[in-house]
Design a protein around this ligand. Structure first.
Ligand SMILES: [Zn+2]
Length: 325
């Protein structure tokens, strides 16, 4: 390969986002499609089709060195199997790695999506050059990644960072994981929408909120964020409450790990400063002062591209380390 190589980075969620990325992390070409939600075979064919289209694009032909894919769920470190698929069609029965590898004929790396996004921020974004970072992604689910002592930490089996299942409300709402009172049951995108809707109908103070005109099923996080930016008290109240739950949970992590940066990303971070400010204020209350004062709280710099860039950079670095079959 005489020309410089390309990598394909993929971020799997409700949308499959994929991009052609060069070795510096620059995105050259992107594609996205809505993910199939019921049939695992159809979903797998979608992923393969998206990858083939990028591989065969004029600019990339013959230059794809490796592919990285970030998954919303638990990816076995030794097995490369999707061992738990959250907010995704259930592919745990498929040999996804084997099939994609065989269909594309290119080295492949699988990673948890929060780890991939954190890797993007760490190699090309706001956390570049740091050694100890806690990254949180807030979307349909809540995930997190730990970079400690200059390395992405995956845990013994690859499952570290399941921050959405940290307990914040004993005896609270039942979570998809089977537990109760998980952070995700309060602070994920769909649960922010649920809490706004509940308050609209239960609290007369908010009945005049413009959000009340949204029909059942059409209320979304972007609408709530826009309402908050326009000064709507209900939207601001719910986002600030959300930030408080995150702040308390993050304070526990800070006291435990003493990181130098907390980075918040994912689609809900459209809310920007409203959420970040509430997180910071609450974390300050619960974190040892000497730790809090040395930690910077920030939003993701790469935004929606963190996952695709990070997945591509994981592929790049795995090739460099000759860690791929
Ligand atoms: Zn849970």
């Amino acid at each position: 390969m005489s020309e410089s190589p390309f990598f394909i980075g993929v971020d799997i969620g409700r949308t499959i986002r994929a991009a052609l990325v060069d070795e510096t992390g620059r995105v050259w070409l992107q594609s996205r499609i809505l993910a199939e939600r019921t049939d695992p075979r159809a979903f797998l064919m979608q992923v393969i089709a998206v990858l083939r289209a990028l591989r065969d694009s004029e600019i990339a032909r013959g230059r794809i060195a490796a592919i990285g894919i970030g998954w919303p769920g638990l990816v076995g470190r030794q097995t490369q199997r999707i061992e738990l698929a959250s907010h995704l069609v259930d592919v745990t029965g498929c040999d996804v790695y084997g099939e994609v590898r065989a269909a594309l004929g290119v080295p492949l790396v699988f990673e948890n999506e929060a780890n991939a996004a954190a890797y993007g921020e760490w190699t090309c974004g706001v956390a570049r050059g740091l050694r100890d970072v806690f990254y949180v992604t807030i979307g349909t689910g809540i995930g997190a990644a730990l970079i400690l002592d200059g390395r992405l930490q995956r845990g013994a089996h690859g499952f570290a960072g399941e921050f959405g299942h940290v307990k914040v409300e004993p005896g609270g709402i039942e979570c998809g994981c089977g537990g109760r009172g998980c952070l995700e049951t309060i602070a994920s995108g769909p649960n922010i929408v649920r809490r706004v809707r509940e308050r609209l109908f239960s609290d007369p103070a908010f009945s005049l909120s413009p959000l009340a005109t949204q029909m059942e099923g059409t209320l979304t996080v972007p609408l709530i964020v826009q309402a908050a930016l326009d000064g709507d008290e209900l939207a601001r109240t719910v986002l600030r409450e959300t930030g408080r739950y995150f702040g308390m949970a993050i304070a526990n992590v800070l006291n435990l790990l003493d990181v130098e940066m907390v980075c918040l990303g994912g689609p809900v971070m459209l809310a920007g400063e409203i959420l970040l400010d509430a997180v910071r204020k609450e974390a300050r209350k619960h974190t040892l002062r000497v730790i809090f004062e040395r930690c910077r709280f920030t939003s993701s710099a790469l935004g929606q591209d963190a996952g695709i860039i990070g997945a591509a950079m994981l592929a790049r670095d795995a090739v460099a380390a000759m860690a791929l079959p």
